[in-house]
Design a protein around this ligand. Structure first.
Ligand code: SF4
Length: 64
C-alpha cells in the first residue's frame, strides 16, 4: 500500500497538490493542508506522483 507523507515544516500551503488531486489533498479554511486519504487508491496514484513532482516546497513524498 502506498502512503502519502507531508513534511509540515516545508509545506507552504500553496494548494498545488489540491489542484492536481483534490480527492487526496485539501487546503482547509485555515490554509493548512489536510491529506484526505493517506493511502490513496490506485486510480489516484499517478496524480499523487504528479503532485509530489509539482510541489514547490518539495514537501510531499509517496512511499511505495
Ligand atoms: S503543493 Fe506542497 S507546499 Fe503546496 S500545499 Fe501541497 S504539499 Fe504544501
Amino acid at each position: 500500500m502506498s502512503r502519502v507523507q507531508v513534511d509540515r515544516e516545508r509545506c507552504v500551503g500553496s494548494g498545488v497538490c489540491e489542484s492536481i488531486v483534490p480527492e487526496v489533498f485539501e487546503i482547509d479554511d485555515d490554509g493548512v493542508l489536510q491529506v484526505l486519504r493517506q493511502e490513496p487508491p490506485a486510480d489516484d496514484l499517478d496524480g499523487v506522483r504528479d503532485a509530489v513532482q509539482s510541489c514547490p516546497a518539495r514537501a510531499l513524498v509517496l512511499a511505495e
